[in-house]
Design a protein around this ligand. Structure first.
Ligand code: ADP
Ligand code: ASP
Ligand code: MG
Length: 455
């Protein structure tokens, strides 16, 4: 058995869905379980219109919802024969009716709570899987749509819910395994789940990767395949550095570190379930199904390159807090971290000295409240438009003088903070946002000018 997950870019139009159907068809002998994201940029678009409605611009929101509806109906018409008379059409009509009613609710309440946001966004995946499952059926593949909200049971942290592993695993084993064993191809929504009480939750943006890993671990599959629009995990984000190369093999630890350092190629939760069950994760390109891609395994081949990949994270700001009271430094740090925890802020880099602490955190729209709270503890200074850059690789652990070599290459760059030693396999530092692409290009030149066979 295998899990195959297809992200938004892999199912953004009729041609790409056709490609995906072909890829699933080619792996039927391996008994696939299919996990899908929303199509194209639907999640972002749904979020935009939900916000418009909550801000009182409900006419504009309805017009945009119509566009999303048309996009999906056009796709369904192109993919499903006799779509007009099909069950899929009735289901889709129902979903878009519900979305319309929910928009009405948002505009009356003038508020978008995390709970209603999750409910609203879940339709992207519900609609996509309906279309994919029907398309597969119309091609003679025994697909069966399954509701992830009956499988992925989470806590109540709406917009960033965490699955309750035991119930989730048991549910998947009980409900998905028999389907596969009776010759079906289950089609499940990524990203969404439900609380024990039945409220819809989401696992955070890009959460479909995480769903795939959970399903794979629960079913003890032989491989978890994650299909994207890139040839695997690369030495850098190809969107920011065109010379990036595919990393053929990377360890769970390295991949996990990369995602925590901001590499947008995988959801940070993806690796843990796979690692626990020691299931290889393959990252493939749905546009080039025969390309080798990346395999993530417990132990990766140790090449000669010190670094496996360079990650970055923007926008970031540096928060500097100097305590008002010099008497209780431990109490001060505890209070700072209590506030961050309550506000859901995880520092990417933190250093503390004397009566102060400096932290690099991802800039977010709702951090003003956290700043107000921190101001109670001392003087707060914020430096914006920063970025973190991280170099990740197991060989960093055993390379002496790694840090000086990195900075020799960046002598004229304004390095604002450095985190060395917090993880033995990575080095993270903070630079000005405007320097990101040139710093990555220079580091790539320094560490990958002679790529080893595993890159
Ligand atoms: P999907 O939504 O289809 O699952 P994403 O678009 O979320 O896929 O993730 C793939 C994107 O991740 C790539 O297009 C690429 O720009 C970005 N990315 C960032 N870092 C890396 C990296 N190290 N290797 C490959 N892709 C990366
Ligand atoms: N559709 C969700 C998102 O855009 C989940 C995913 O694509 O993984 O974040
Ligand atoms: Mg995505």
């Amino acid at each position: 058995m295998i899990v195959m997950k297809f992200g938004g870019t892999s199912i953004e139009d009729i041609l790409s869905v056709e490609r995906v159907i072909g890829i699933i068809d080619s792996r039927l002998e391996q008994h696939p379980v299919v996990v899908n994201s929303a199509m194209g940029k639907t999640t972002r678009k749904l979020l935009d219109i939900a916000r418009l409605s909550a801000d009182g611009m409900d006419k504009k929101a309805l017009l945009r919802l119509d566009k999303i509806r048309e996009y999906h109906f056009d796709m369904a018409r192109g993919l499903i024969p006799d779509f007009e008379d099909s069950d899929a059409r009735t289901t889709l009509e129902g979903y878009f009716e519900e979305l319309k009613r929910l928009l009405g609710g948002l505009s009356i309440l003038r508020e978008l709570t995390p709970r209603s946001q999750d409910r609203f966004l879940s339709y992207g995946e519900l609609v996509a899987t309906t279309i994919i499952a029907s398309t597969l059926q119309s091609r003679g593949i025994n697909a069966r749509w399954q509701d992830a909200r009956d499988l992925i049971i989470t806590d109540e942290r709406f917009t960033r819910a965490r699955p309750v592993d035991e119930i989730t695993f048991r549910g998947i084993q009980k409900k998905v395994r028999p389907l596969v064993e009776s010759g079906h191809v289950p089609v499940i929504q990524g990203f969404i789940g439900s609380t024990r009480g039945g409220a819809t939750t989401t696992l955070g943006f890009e959460g479909s990767d995480f769903t795939a890993a959970l399903a794979g671990a629960a079913l003890d599959v032989s491989n978890i395949e994650i299909w994207k629009d890139v040839n695997g995990i690369m030495t850098a984000d190809p969107r920011i550095f065109a010379g990036a190369r595919t990393v053929k093999n990377i360890s769970f630890e390295e991949a996990s570190e990369l995602t925590f350092c901001g590499a947008k190629v995988l959801h940070p939760g993806t690796i843990e379930p796979a690692r626990r069950k020691n299931i290889p994760v393959n990252i493939y390109n749905s546009r080039q199904p025969d390309a080798e891609g990346t395999t993530i395994t417990a132990r990766a081949k140790r090449g000669t390159n010190i670094v496996k990949s360079i990650a970055y994270n923007v926008p970031v700001c540096i928060m500097n807090i100097v305590s008002d009271s010099h008497v209780d430094p431990a109490g001060f740090l505890r209070s700072v971290f209590d506030i961050l925890d309550r506000e859901g802020i995880v520092p990417r880099v933190a250093t503390t000295a004397g009566a102060g602490i400096a932290m690099a955190v991802s800039t977010s729209e709702d951090m003003e409240h956290a700043i107000d709270e921190l101001t109670r503890l001392g003087t707060v200074n914020i430096a914006r438009e920063k970025a973190t850059i991280s170099l990740v690789g197991e060989n960093i652990r055993t390379t002496r003088d790694f840090t000086p070599v990195v900075f020799q290459n960046l002598e004229d760059v304004n390095i604002c903070m450095v985190a060395q030693g917090a993880s033995p396999i990575s080095l993270t530092f903070v630079v000005d946002e405007s320097d990101v692409s040139s710093v990555i290009a220079r580091l790539h030149e320094a560490f990958f000018s002679e790529p080893d066979p595993y890159v």
